[in-house]
Write a protein that binds this ligand. Structure first.
Ligand SMILES: Cc1cc2nc3c(=O)[nH]c(=O)nc-3n(C[C@H](O)[C@H](O)[C@H](O)COP(=O)(O)OP(=O)(O)OC[C@H]3O[C@@H](n4cnc5c(N)ncnc54)[C@H](O)[C@@H]3O)c2cc1C
Length: 314
């Protein structure tokens, strides 16, 4: 069986593309590790997705998933899409056909592929980080915050995400430190103001994290003060990582070109990568703005472009 399109990713870009693929009556399959993508990490409510003045990331994900799944149950001649919960490990092009391999060793073939795999949290890359993942090091405040009740916690990253994470954690943590590498934090003033009002959050700037330490669980961190060059020891029971994201592209190397930020370079008009029939949309691509509504729009654009491409190229 050769699909018209394989969509990789179940975030806003992939789900929007899946809905359109169904409505375009394409033979389509959406392969994703899970639904929702980065929205699952959102600690505070989403307030900028049209139609919802305020909605939690998890609730918006449920609505996206329910909407897409509606199209999996429509039969015979009507819109239909297959959903496969799996991780894509490799995309290859053999002649004119794409072969997509998954972690559970399945192979799917298709005339076109849409990469909508978004981005993963950027790791700290310091000693101790990997050892303590799930034992005090977390990349998902929304998922893990209640596990840190009564503890002192470090949030690494002084952007909006770092401050929002700290504000969310403030309901559970005893004390919070936000560590920012630069001399100034990048979070919006209104968010900083909210943080000050908690009386629990201490911001430390010019701080370069050097290691995470502990025995079975995180017990402390060490950072270098970029100005005095002194090493500083901080006793904490948890470390939340909020230093940005990196595009999830390991399975597609060789078929695409990358920007200096490791995003897949696309032609914004055709949504195609350098390989004919291989498209990308959303945060994984070099689209400038990384937002839910943008990703959904880009996924839609890509699917309509794929539909045009299939009409011309069979
Ligand atoms: C903490 C945080 C807060 C944010 N707050 C907001 C906000 O308030 N408003 C806003 O508009 N935007 C916000 N954003 C940005 C927004 O979440 C992203 O722009 C949007 O989710 C991008 O959608 P996407 O579909 O491109 O990718 P993602 O959301 O990253 O989804 C990617 C999907 O691909 C899947 N996937 C990845 N690799 C593979 C693989 N190898 N095989 C199969 N599946 C794979 C993932 O499981 C996931 O389902 C926030 C982001 C973060 C991290």
């Amino acid at each position: 069986m050769i699909y018209d399109v394989i969509i990789i990713g179940g975030g806003p870009a992939g789900v929007a593309a899946g809905i359109y693929a169904s409505r375009q009556r394409l033979k389509a399959i959406l392969i994703t590790k899970s639904f929702g993508g980065q929205m699952a990490r959102k600690a505070v409510a989403i307030e900028n997705y049209p139609g919802f003045e305020e909605i939690s990331g998890l609730d918006l994900i449920k609505k996206f998933e329910k909407h897409l799944k509606k199209f999996t149950s429509l039969q015979s001649g009507k819109a239909q899409i297959k959903i496969e919960l799996d991780s894509v490990s490799k995309v290859r092009k053999i002649g004119k056909v794409f072969s997509v391999l998954t972690g559970s060793r399945k192979e799917f073939k298709s005339k076109t592929v849409l990469i909508a795999s978004g981005a993963d949290p950027r790791p700290l890359e310091v000693p101790g980080e990997k050892k303590f993942i799930g034992k005090g090091v977390s990349y998902c405040t929304a998922c893990d915050a209640p596990l840190y009740s009564g503890k002192d916690i470090a949030v690494i990253g002084g952007g909006n995400s770092g401050f929002e994470a700290a504000l969310f954690l403030a309901s559970w943590a005893r004390k919070l430190y936000i560590l920012e590498y630069s001399p100034k934090v990048r979070a919006e003033e209104s968010v900083q103001e909210k943080a000050r009002k908690t009386g629990k959050i201490m911001v430390i700037t010019s701080a370069a994290l050097k290691k995470v330490e502990g025995t079975n669980f995180v017990e402390s961190i060490v950072y270098q003060d970029n100005i005095t060059k002194k090493m500083v020891f901080l006793k904490v029971g948890g470390v939340f990582v909020e230093i940005g994201s990196q595009p999830a592209t390991s399975f597609v190397k060789g078929l695409v070109d990358f920007s200096e930020r490791d995003e897949i370079i696309i032609n914004p008009k055709t949504m195609q990568t350098k390989t004919e029939g291989l498209f990308a949309a959303g945060d994984v691509s070099d689209v400038v703005f990384k937002q839910i509504v943008v990703a959904a729009g880009e996924g839609t654009k890509a699917l309509l472009a794929i539909s045009n491409y299939l009409q011309k190229n069979g």
